[in-house]
Design a protein around this ligand. Sequence first.
Ligand code: MN
Length: 328
Amino acid sequence: MKKIALEEHFVTPDFLKLTQTADFPFMDPKCTSNFQECLLDFDNQRIAAMDRAGIEIAVLSLTDPGAQGQLDKGTAIKLTQQTNDFLAHRISRNPKRFRGFATLPLQDPIAATKELERCIRDYKFLGALINGQTGGLYLDDSRYLPFWEKVQELNVPIYLHPGSPATMSDSYNGHPELSGALWGWTAETATHTLRLIFSGLFDRCPGLTLILGHMGETLPFLLWRLDSRWAILKQPRKLKKSPSQYIKDHVYVTTSGMCSNGPLLCALQELGENRIMFATDYPYESIDIATKFIEQAPLSEEVRQHICYRNAQRLFPLAAEAHAAIAK
Ligand code: MN
């Protein structure tokens, strides 16, 4: 079945020179030996893997932590502009197969807002992908409110991708295996999402849409409990809706790095067939495993179509246009 894939990573040669992006501290070097090559490649093995999987459009994003790992604002602003220019150029070389998410200098909320606007206006990117907190600042901070107002005005989704916290909690002491993709990033990203919800952001900006990878970073599983414990809080903040309703109304989840029927059926039950989209987390996860999983999952063909491409077509009109061009 044809697919639009939403969490597909790349890196630029300039970025590699300046950062440690190609280090993969949590993973066995035997498993990471080809990551750098895959991240740099836009033509060969990436297209071959997309063809094998039936992925007609990959929405590309800079790999974690991106410029968010930079301490210096000026460096972050320069790096993000260069990276977005680079990505736009790569997409222009193969516009039928690629779309992009912007990378943003979140160290400076005003610069991040301007860069998002530039990327949507000039490059027709589909939104932005953000790797968690930046320098200890989470996106519910009031300094980001003008950013969110611009996101709402531009009517693009934000993909909230995992990243590490600025400082690790004591609960991880002595257990480095817990701090990355195995668990810590999940807890961090779910917490970040809940911060946005409980800050009242979605009451202030009701047009916002978030995308979460990894089948929703455990949140679809927790909806009932979030409401049940919210209802008995001593001093709950004023919110217009129940916590679960914000997730149902504002969050899409993708299948990136979660190739298991249980979590898929849970997300389907809790969020509905219109809120789940296909993604692979290339090159960190296998496109082939992700593809086999979604093609063999116990779904009707109609629901499978929604997940593989129809929901993405609805959410991203630009991807739908490109898709229609391919179909001709
Ligand atoms: Mn990823």
